[in-house]
Design a protein around this ligand. Sequence first.
Ligand SMILES: NC(=O)c1ccc[n+]([C@@H]2O[C@H](COP(=O)([O-])OP(=O)(O)OC[C@H]3O[C@@H](n4cnc5c(N)ncnc54)[C@H](OP(=O)(O)O)[C@@H]3O)[C@@H](O)[C@H]2O)c1
Length: 326
Amino acid sequence: MQAILMTAVGEPAVLLARELPDPHPGPGEILVRATAIPVLYPEIALREGIFPMAAELPAIFGFQAAGSVAEIGADVDPALLGSRVVAATAGSGAYAEKVCVPVESATVIPAGLSTEKAAAVLMGGSVATALLRRAALTGTETILVQAAATGVGGYLTQLAKEFGAKHIIATAGGDKTARARALGADEVVDHRDPHWTRRLRDILGDNTIDVVFEAIGGPAAADLLDLMTPLRGRMLGYGSLSGVPAPITATDLLARGLTYTGCAGPAWLEQVAATRAEVLNRAADGGIEALIDRTLPLDRAAQAHRLVQDRQTTGTIILRPNPTAA
Ligand SMILES: NC(=O)c1ccc[n+]([C@@H]2O[C@H](COP(=O)([O-])OP(=O)(O)OC[C@H]3O[C@@H](n4cnc5c(N)ncnc54)[C@H](OP(=O)(O)O)[C@@H]3O)[C@@H](O)[C@H]2O)c1
């Protein structure tokens, strides 16, 4: 089968297209013939060596793949054969024509939702849903969504009012500010402006931010603390797009009566996984717009990674194995 092998940690060129033997499903596993493989931001960090590869290198790269169940192992319900699913791997194996996962790691795609859209929406939509549940918004609160034109931020912006936000302020880069507004933000600040937190202060006037969905990290995160509502303000940290997480200390929070919640790690990812079916159903019903940038052939995975890390995308890139045969 066609697959993308990660040969070492480093630049996108470490992702090499290869012909490899087909995998076979073991007991409790399904084999998915993939037609849509999403390129996910955390995979960029994995390739760069910021967090460890689940398998020893070289290994087939990738977290998720969507397609049809083509084979099943022992103890799997045969009714699943032919179903369309999004499969989540344990951290490697998804950038391939065929991928085997435990059956419980697959989410069935509802009728009415294309396989491409399901692949695009699954991670961002489910992380956003878990974050909004954790935020427990009251219906009267002002929120700040960072990097709101794409990915998790784009889905937070789409869903926040339904989950109880009153006022959405978003950040995005350059031309992407218009897109954040189209997704539902009331106000948008360009985070490529080095003084964007000052601009945010101007927008707020006497108001304060009740909840920050923090994806950028770095020094700007600390600047936000003085703009948050004392005693009620909460920052939910889930990413570090700037390269480092928010450098916030207990002292910073104590003095202002604020809360910081880390939204990462195994227990968090279980909460995210629990929302997957709900997210696909919501996307099928039109309640979430899947954000797709473009579709590329699987063997252009390295190019896709370059586009994402250069911030050239306005949604998820979908990789497609053997596009001429499909
Ligand atoms: N904890 C979790 O469960 C979880 C799950 C998924 C992702 N994440 C993390 O959340 C973050 C966002 O992921 P995503 O999937 O939502 O990403 P994404 O939207 O696919 O792509 C990142 C976007 O963020 C913006 N960006 C990139 N570098 C930036 C920087 N240095 N400063 C500010 N903005 C930057 C870019 O938009 P502009 O061009 O508008 O700047 C880019 O379009 C990443 O750190 C990712 O690893 C965490």
